[in-house]
Design a protein around this ligand. Structure first.
Ligand code: GDP
Ligand code: MG
Length: 175
């Protein structure tokens, strides 16, 4: 039995949010330790994979990165096609990136499947002196919109595993 035979599910997850909030670093942090790591670059989008165990099932997370398209608000519906989860990232030191979260949620509601599981992530939590988005603001927004929420640091690794695993667990519950 090969590694591929054991995989029960492949979950496509998209990472979205403003430019420079740390999307690529979060993805690298989550995927880089895995020996199954592979990455692919096609037409300006790319993904990395990590195989994890969720409730004794082997799940391959295929996590897509926007590769700079967020700067031009040109993320296409192809990017969202088949996505079961979304990691919506803002930067806790950049108020504007949090103010834009509502717009990203609208994007998801317009282009993604209605059952998509959304994890809101306030990244760069290590930059305590530069923080401009209070945790409570994000908690309130997440509750109102029905999103899961974590504050993370791709730099220190704080909560990165927790955020991805929670998202994958919730996807597993609904598939
Ligand atoms: P993207 O445009 O959203 O993919 O953002 P990147 O992952 O390229 O990160 C943008 C910049 O923020 C880079 O200089 C990263 O080193 C930095 N960065 C990303 N995550 C963190 C973090 O958690 N803490 C700190 N201090 N810097 C970070
Ligand atoms: Mg990037």
């Amino acid at each position: 039995e090969t590694e591929a035979d054991k995989i029960s599910y492949v979950f496509k997850v998209v990472v979205i949010g403003d430019s420079a909030v740390g999307k690529t670093q979060l993805l690298s942090r989550f995927a880089k330790n895995d020996f199954c790591l592979d990455s692919k670059s096609t037409i300006g989008v790319e993904f990395q994979t990590r195989t994890v165990n969720i409730n004794s099932k082997v799940i391959k997370a295929q996590i897509w990165d926007t590769a700079g398209q967020e700067r031009y608000r040109a993320v296409t519906s192809a990017y969202y096609r088949g996505a079961l989860g979304a990691m919506l990232v803002y930067d806790v030191t950049k108020r504007q990136s949090f103010d834009h979260v509502a717009r990203w949620v609208e994007e998801l509601r317009a282009h993604a499947d209605t059952s998509i599981v959304i994890m809101l992530v306030g990244n760069k939590a290590d930059l305590v002196d530069l923080r401009s988005v209070p945790t409570e603001d994000a908690v309130e927004f997440a509750e109102n919109q029905g999103l899961y929420f974590f504050e993370t640091s791709a730099l220190t690794g704080e909560n990165v595993e927790q955020a991805f695993f929670k998202l994958l667990e919730e996807i597993h519950r609904v598939v």
